[in-house]
Ligand binder design. Structure first.
Ligand code: AMP
Length: 190
């Protein structure tokens, strides 16, 4: 099994790359942001709760997010491996993911991080906001808060996976196929 954590700040291109990589490597793509948005659209209890955090650019609490992620993995018991997109975002989530995968006789194979400068991220997200319909892409102050939350709460996971020799940083600026190639060069070593 290959289990890839696709990492990087909001707007780095995780979702875009995951769409290509899941086909190329036959992996199940789990985006916690997409699962939250699906729940918001369907006005579930989880969706109503998540929306109150997402609209402000804050993280949804760990317990809720971890339970949801566990359920998504369990729904795909026949998967050859996973691409985790937007998860983990905290150390508690990283610990939970490790535990979950070890309980399934597997583990995180690699964290592949897309590295992109902040001002490029803001520009990309504002551009995406014109068509994404996402409230959190429409407002520059919410976008900047999401980037701030990334540095305050999520960026520490680089060190977490570096310690396990699983961190691979990739230049996230270039054409979409160029970046897919850079990520593939890492994944092909497994
Ligand atoms: P994304 O689609 O990954 O940009 O996520 C959009 C929003 O969903 C984030 O700004 C958070 O509010 C929430 N979210 C997504 N994944 C997580 C996570 N792993 N932990 C906490 N909140 C999350």
């Amino acid at each position: 099994m290959i289990n890839v954590v696709l990492f990087g700040p909001p707007g780095a291109g995780k979702g875009t790359q995951a769409e290509f990589l899941k086909e190329k490597y036959q992996l199940v793509h789990i985006s916690t942001g997409d699962v939250f948005r699906f729940n918001i659209k369907n006005a579930t209890e989880l969706g109503v709760l998540a929306k109150s955090y997402i609209d402000k650019g804050q993280l949804v609490p760990d317990e809720v997010t971890i339970d949801m992620l566990n359920a998504e993995v369990d729904k795909n018991s026949d998967a050859k491996g996973f691409i985790f997109d937007g998860f983990p975002r905290t150390e508690a989530q990283a610990n939970a993911l490790g535990k979950l995968l070890v309980s399934k006789q597997t583990d995180v194979t690699a964290m592949v991080a897309l590295e992109v400068e902040d001002e490029v991220l803001v520009k990309r997200l504002l551009e995406r906001g014109k068509t994404s319909g996402r409230a959190d892409d429409a407002d520059e102050s919410v976008i900047r808060n999401r980037i701030k939350v990334y540095y305050a709460e999520t960026a520490i996971l680089k060190g977490y996976y570096e310690k396990q020799s699983k961190y691979y940083g990739i230049d996230g600026v270039g054409s979409i196929p160029e970046i897919t190639e850079r990520i593939s060069a890492v994944l092909d070593t497994f």
